[in-house]
Design a binder for this molecule. Structure first.
Ligand SMILES: *Cc1c(COP(=O)(O)O)cnc(C)c1O
Length: 422
């Protein structure tokens, strides 16, 4: 369920008219539904209640402080992948024991910071990293909990850029190398390996890849047990897919029915790291039609949002549904158009050869399903100010990030004196 719907030909987010939000706050504008966000989190939590898992929302999907706070207040933990995300987690008061930290390239400084904050554990992605965490922990006189990220070599059936659990991906450690790490673990006296971690990809719509990966790791865990090695945690990562187009992704209940029996048998504390599933359909990007341009071959709808605001179509060939914010007083009929942004790149598009209701200059369009990997991947390319973000709670609207100013764009830049003739 999500809270974006038409009432009397007007698109609403909860009880706020999206067209009015666009008028009031300007465009491009990210609009989030608080209740959709929280509902999705609760849906997963309830479906998995038998496991009583720790659900660590993946901060990189959307790292706005207001969204993080809303989720942490409902009992979520956070999955972070950088010192910056750890800083955000701390800013909103996320208990450190609900924070897990993954990344193939953690720096010494980031590792030290996370150890000092006493996070639950690191998801470790290589032997070299494990040795480094051990070294830093020794210097800080600490014993640090870690989980080994396994690369289970399964095919998640998603876009190649968001596949992470094949042996050709840079992520995780293969089973043989992991076994070697466990056999060497006594050499590393300042780390304690208490868990295993898998994260096989993103926008996964079926449970089969999860089942395959879980079966592989549970077999591995059984092997460890025979050698007298006991673990506490199994982190099954994120990746649950959502509806962008005509996908029929597994629901939380369907997912739970398949994986809960497998996970229960492990007797381990289960951790999940969903990002997209929680935030993806909680947000839209609202944009204004600037120009309609017809060429001998095509018709372009040129809008004021660009690939700097939402890069998914350019980066992943992603599909986003595009809806007008009002369906009345629209030109009659529909037509096939390319919806493109103002940026000087041919990759700057939101839809190609898409049949849309006829739109005219000044109309607003909502790019649906933009809550995950939307704002968090946005940039200042073309010296464009990053968009404003608002959160809707019933009929109340809160600005949760104001639009950047031109001054913001240059604040960290300096011109060397010699160029100024000084
Ligand atoms: C990106 C990421 C996630 C979240 O992925 P979603 O597809 O958004 O659920 C979880 N865990 C790790 C380690 C990640 O890198």
């Amino acid at each position: 369920m999500h809270e974006f719907k038409y009432v009397n030909n007007q698109l609403y987010c909860e009880d706020a008219q999206v067209g009015e939000l666009a008028e009031e706050f300007g465009t491009p504008l990210y609009v989030y539904s608080y209740h959709t966000l929280v509902d999705h989190f609760m849906k997963l939590k309830n479906a998995l209640h038998r496991l009583d898992p720790l659900i660590c929302y993946s901060v990189k999907a959307n790292s706005n402080l207001a969204l993080l706070k809303a989720l942490v207040d409902k009992g979520a933990g956070l999955d972070v992948v950088s010192g910056g995300e750890l800083f955000r987690a701390q800013k909103i008061g996320c208990p450190a024991q609900r924070i897990v930290y993954a990344s193939v390239g953690k720096t010494d400084h980031e590792i030290e910071e996370a150890i000092n904050r006493r996070i639950l554990f690191f998801n470790v992605e290589s032997m070299a990293e494990l040795e480094n965490i051990n070294r830093i922990s020794a210097r800080l006189n600490r014993v640090t909990q870690v989980a080994i990220r396994i690369n289970p070599d399964v095919e998640p059936k998603t876009h190649k850029y968001i596949t992470t659990g094949k042996l050709t991906n840079k992520f995780g450690i293969d089973f043989n190398s992991a076994a070697r790490i466990f056999s060497l673990r006594n050499r590393l006296s300042n780390v304690k390996i208490t868990g295993l971690h898998i994260h096989i990809g993103s926008q996964i719509t079926e449970s089969a890849p999860y089942i395959a990966a879980i079966n592989k790791v549970t077999a591995f865990i059984a092997g460890l047990k025979k050698k007298g090695i006991e673990l506490e945690y199994l982190n099954i990562g994120g990746g649950l897919g959502i509806v962008y187009d005509r996908e029929k992704p597994q629901t939380a209940e369907q997912f739970a029915r398949k994986v809960v029996p497998l996970l229960e048998k492990t007797g381990l504390r289960i951790i999940l790291e969903p990002g997209r599933f929680i935030v993806g359909n909680s947000g839209i990007l609202v944009t204004k039609v600037l120009y309609i341009k017809s060429t001998p071959k095509k018709k372009f709808v040129i809008v004021d949002a660009g690939m700097n605001d939402l890069i998914r179509p350019a980066l992943y060939e992603a599909y986003h549904q595009i809806l007008p914010t009002r369906t009345k007083n629209q030109g009659s009929g529909s037509e096939k158009v390319d919806v493109v942004g103002p940026i000087c790149e041919s990759g700057d598009f939101f839809a190609k050869a898409r049949r849309l209701p006829k739109v005219k200059e000044g109309d607003y369009l909502a790019i649906m399903g933009s809550g995950a990997y939307g704002f968090s991947m946005s940039s200042n390319y073309n010296s464009r100010r990053r968009a404003e973000e608002v959160m809707v709670v019933k009929d109340k609207v809160f600005v949760i990030r104001k639009r950047e100013t031109h001054q913001d764009l240059i604040d960290n830049e300096t011109i060397p004196p010699f160029l100024l003739g000084l």
